[in-house]
Design a protein around this ligand. Structure first.
Ligand code: ADP
Ligand code: ZN
Ligand code: ZN
Length: 723
C-alpha cells in the first residue's frame, strides 16, 4: 500500500504537499484530509498517493485524519480540475478549493443531506379544517402539528413520537408534502407546450446524441430554447441521468427555478449566490450522490460532481459573467465543454446572441449548430428604429421622439423599458466656470454623482465623498452634473409622467439578492409602467406587457476602444430588444444615437445579430484577434512603480518563444486603481498549444523570482477584459 499522500492545499503555491498517510490511511484521491500546516490544522484534498516523497519519509508529517469515506471529488472531476489548473496556470490546491463549496472547505461534519421540511398542502389544510374530521389519532395530531408551521423532518420524532406511519398516510393522501429549500416539490410535471418543428428537431438531436457532442443552440429570444433544454432534460430523467444547467446569475430567478421544477416534476437543486453556505453544500452533495437529477446553477456550479451525467446545458453562453475575474480565472462555459468531454456527454450552449468564439467553433465544424429562427407561439419580432439625436432638444438624454413613443405606449396601457448601462445620477460633476471635474483621488477616474444619497462615488474602488457646494478649484457655485445615469433618467421620467408607476432596477436599488428578486417579481404585472435600469434588466423575468424598449447609451458602445465592445453592444441591444413584445403584441426598440450612419449600427439594423457577428468575425480574422488568436494577460500591481517595472522587465526578458507576440510592458487601461499602479504584458499566439507550451515554461520560474514575490501579479488565460 502506498503510504504517502500528495495533498492540494488552499495556498497560492503551485505544488502539492506530501504527508505520511498515518491515521488517514484510507484516504483515496479526491478525499479531504485534515493535515498540519505550520502551526495550523488545515483541510486539503488528496490528489495522488505515492510510494515515496522527494523529501524522504522521515521528514514528512503525518496526516491527522481523513474527512471522507468515499472521494468527495470523483475521478472525473479531479482529472478535469487538474487539466483546468494546467490550462489556466493556476495552483492546483487553490483550484480544488475553488471547486468545493465553502462549507466543505472546513473540517466540520458534512451538513445533513436534504433537511427538508414537512408542510401542509392545500388539501391538507382542507382536511385540517374539516369540522367532521376524526380526532385523537396520530394522523390528527400530525396534521395539527404541521398545520401550525412546517416541521423539519429531522425534528419530527422528537416533537411527535411514533408518527412515521401517520406521516406515510398523510403523504399518500396528499395532505403533507416534503418541501425543499425554496419551493414545494411538485410530483406531477406541468405539461409542455407541443414543440414546433424547429424545437423538435433540436431536441431530437440532443436526445439522440451519444457520448461527447457539443451543440450551439442559436435561437432568437423567445424562440423556445428553454423548452428544448427541458425536453432534453426530461429524456435524461427518463434514463435516470443527471443534467447540469448553467445560467448567468441574473437569469437564475425564482421564476426560472419554478419553471424547471414544475415542468420536470422533480426537485431541482439550485446553486447560486443567494444561498447560505449550508444550503450550497447540500445542493452540491445532492449532485455528488447522484440524488439531484437536475442541477441549476451559476458559474461555480460547473464544479459539481455528476456521477450519472447525461447532459450539460449552458444558457446565455455569451454572457461575460461566466468568466471568473479574480483568483482562479476560469471561464465556466469553456470548463463546461471540458467537463462534458471528460464525462462523455452532450453539451448544448444556447444563446440568442452567440459569442464569436462559439460561432467560430461552428464554422470550423467543431460544434454543431441547431437553429431556432422564429419566436415560438404568436409573438412577433420587435421593430428596430433609430432616433437621431443630432440637433434635437434633449431632456436629460431623452429625445422628443423617444418621449412621445413612451407616452403612446403608456396610453395603450403597456409598459416601456428605458435602458442605460450606467447607474447613479450623472457620470461627471463639472464646474461650468473653470472646467474642474470631480475625480477619484485613488483612480484618476471621474466620480459618479449619486443624488439620492448626495455622494460622489467611484465605481472602480468604492471611494466616496460628499458633494461639494462650490467648485474646489475656483469656488464658483456653477457646478453641474453632466450626462445621465439611471437615477437621473428616473427623475426625468417621473417629472414627465407623474401618474405612471416607475421602477428602477440597478445595483443601487437591488443591494441584496432578496431585494432584487422582490423588485423583479413585481415587474411583469399588468398595467402601464416604466422600467428604468442597467443590464440587470436585459434578462430575467418574462415581461409580457412590455412593448417598447429604449436604448439610451448606444454611442458609448460604438466608440469604445475595447476590442470586444462592438460584439457586446450588439449582444446587449439584441438581448434587451428581445424583451419587447414577447406576447401577442409586437414590440418596438428605439436606439438613440448621434451617429445614425455608423456602419455597425447599419449592419445590425439591416441584418440583425447574425449579420453583425459574421462581419465582426471577419474583422477579427483579418486583425488576428480572438477567436483567431489566443491571448494571455500578465497583470501586475504595486504602489511602487519601480517594483512594477522591475518585475515586468524580468517577465518580458524571459519571453523566448518566437511563436509568442508580446505587447508591453505597458500601463493597464486603468493605470491606477484604489491608489495602486497597474501594468501588464499582453501575450498573443496563433495556436492555442503554442501558448500553452510557452506559459507552462514561463510562469513557473516567474513564481520563484523575488521581484514577483514583492508585488501582486496574476496570469489570465483567454482574458475577457483587458483591464
Ligand atoms: P427562450 O429560452 O428562447 O427565450 P422560452 O423557452 O422561454 O424561449 O420561450 C418563450 C415563450 O414561448 C415562453 O413563454 C414559452 O412558454 C413559449 N413557448 C416556447 N415554446 C413554445 C411552443 N412550442 N408552443 C407555445 N409556446 C411556446
Ligand atoms: Zn471651477
Ligand atoms: Zn476610485
Amino acid at each position: 500500500m502506498t503510504s504517502i499522500l500528495r495533498v492540494g492545499l488552499d495556498v497560492p503555491l503551485d505544488r502539492l504537499f506530501d504527508y505520511r498517510a498515518g491515521d488517514a490511511s484510507g484516504a483515496e484521491p479526491g478525499c479531504r484530509v485534515l493535515v498540519p500546516f505550520g502551526p495550523r490544522q488545515v483541510v486539503g484534498v488528496v490528489v495522488e498517493r505515492a510510494d515515496a516523497s522527494e523529501l524522504g519519509h522521515d521528514r514528512l508529517k503525518d496526516a491527522t485524519r481523513v474527512l471522507d469515506t468515499t472521494p468527495l471529488i470523483d475521478a472525473e472531476l479531479l482529472s478535469t480540475l487538474r487539466r483546468a489548473a494546467r490550462y489556466y496556470q493556476h495552483p492546483l490546491g487553490e483550484v480544488l478549493h475553488t471547486a468545493l463549496p465553502a462549507a466543505l472547505r472546513s473540517p466540520k461534519p458534512l451538513p445533513v443531506q436534504v433537511a427538508t421540511l414537512l408542510a401542509l398542502t392545500d388539501e391538507g389544510r382542507l382536511a385540517l379544517d374539516d369540522p367532521k374530521r376524526r380526532r385523537g389519532t396520530r394522523l390528527a395530531a400530525l396534521l395539527d402539528l404541521v398545520g401550525e408551521a412546517p416541521v423539519p423532518i429531522a425534528e419530527l420524532d422528537g416533537l411527535l413520537p411514533n408518527a412515521r406511519a401517520a406521516l406515510r398516510t398523510a403523504i399518500s393522501r396528499g395532505w403533507i408534502e416534503r418541501r425543499g429549500d425554496e419551493a414545494a416539490v411538485r410530483r406531477e410535471g406541468v405539461p409542455a407546450p407541443p414543440l414546433n418543428d424547429a424545437q423538435r428537431e433540436a431536441a431530437d438531436a440532443l436526445v439522440a446524441a451519444r457520448g461527447f457532442a457539443p451543440f450551439l443552440l442559436d435561437g432568437v429570444t423567445g424562440s423556445g430554447k428553454t423548452e428544448v433544454y427541458l425536453a432534453a432534460i426530461a429524456a435524461c430523467l427518463a434514463r435516470g441521468e443527471q443534467s447540469l444547467v448553467l445560467l448567468p446569475e441574473i437569469a437564475l430567478t425564482p421564476q426560472a427555478l419554478r419553471r424547471f421544477r414544475e415542468r420536470l416534476g422533480v426537485d431541482v437543486a439550485a446553486l447560486h449566490s443567494g444561498l447560505g453556505e449550508t444550503e450550497r453544500a447540500r445542493a452540491w452533495l445532492a449532485a455528488a450522490s447522484g440524488d439531484a437529477k437536475v442541477v441549476l446553477g451559476t458559474r461555480s456550479a460547473v464544479f459539481v460532481p455528476l456521477p450519472r451525467a447525461g447532459l450539460v446545458v449552458v444558457d446565455e453562453e455569451h454572457d461575460a459573467s461566466y468568466k471568473q475575474q479574480d483568483g482562479f480565472r476560469y471561464h465556466a462555459r469553456d470548463l463546461a465543454v471540458l467537463r462534458a468531454h471528460a464525462l462523455g456527454v452532450p453539451i448544448v450552449l444556447g444563446s440568442a446572441t452567440p459569442s464569436l468564439e462559439s460561432l467560430a467553433n461552428v464554422a470550423s465544424g467543431r460544434y454543431r449548430a441547431l437553429r431556432l429562427a422564429h419566436r415560438a407561439g404568436l409573438a412577433q419580432p420587435p421593430a428596430l428604429r433609430v432616433v437621431d439625436l443630432r440637433g434635437k432638444a434633449l431632456q436629460h438624454g431623452l429625445a422628443p421622439a423617444t418621449l412621445d413613443a413612451i407616452a403612446a405606449t403608456i396610453a395603450r396601457g403597456e409598459q416601456a423599458l428605458v435602458f442605460k448601462n450606467r447607474r447613479g445620477y450623472a457620470p461627471v460633476l463639472m464646474c461650468h466656470d473653470c472646467g474642474w471635474s470631480a475625480k477619484c483621488p485613488q483612480c484618476d477616474r471621474a466620480l459618479t454623482l449619486h443624488q439620492a444619497t448626495r455622494r460622489l462615488r467611484c465605481h472602480h474602488c468604492g471611494f466616496a465623498q460628499g458633494v461639494p457646494r462650490s467648485c474646489p478649484s475656483c469656488e464658483s457655485l456653477a457646478i453641474h452634473p453632466v450626462g445621465q445615469g439611471t437615477e437621473r433618467l428616473e427623475e426625468t421620467l417621473r417629472a414627465r409622467f407623474p401618474e405612471v408607476p416607475i421602477v428602477r432596477v440597478d445595483r443601487d436599488t437591488t443591494s441584496s439578492r432578496r431585494a432584487r428578486d422582490a423588485l423583479l417579481d413585481q415587474l411583469p404585472s399588468a398595467g402601464a409602467r416604466i422600467l428604468v435600469g442597467t443590464q440587470m434588466l436585459a434578462k430575467g423575468h418574462d415581461l409580457p406587457h412590455l412593448t417598447l424598449v429604449v436604448v439610451v447609451g448606444v454611442d458609448e458602445g460604438l466608440h469604445s476602444v475595447d476590442f470586444r465592445a462592438s460584439e457586446r453592444l450588439g449582444q446587449l441591444v439584441v438581448q434587451v430588444a428581445g424583451r419587447a413584445g414577447r406576447a401577442e403584441r409586437a414590440g418596438t426598440v428605439i436606439l438613440q444615437t448621434h451617429d445614425p450612419d455608423h456602419p455597425l449600427l447599419k449592419v445590425l439594423l439591416n441584418g440583425g445579430y447574425r449579420a453583425l457577428s459574421t462581419q465582426l468575425l471577419d474583422e477579427r480574422r483579418v486583425a488576428s484577434m480572438p477567436p483567431f488568436a489566443h491571448f494571455a494577460l500578465l497583470r501586475a500591481e504595486a504602489k511602487d512603480s519601480a517594483k512594477l517595472d522591475a518585475f515586468l522587465a524580468i517577465a518580458a526578458a524571459s519571453i523566448d518563444d518566437e511563436r509568442i507576440l508580446a505587447h508591453g510592458p505597458m500601463p493597464a487601461p486603468m493605470p491606477r486603481r484604489a491608489g495602486v499602479l497597474r501594468a501588464q504584458i499582453l501575450l498573443e499566439a496563433s495556436e492555442r498549444t503554442a501558448m500553452q507550451e510557452f506559459l507552462a515554461r514561463w510562469i513557473e520560474p516567474l513564481r520563484e523570482r523575488p521581484e514577483g514575490k514583492a508585488l501582486r501579479w496574476s496570469i489570465d488565460v483567454d482574458p475577457v477584459d483587458l483591464y
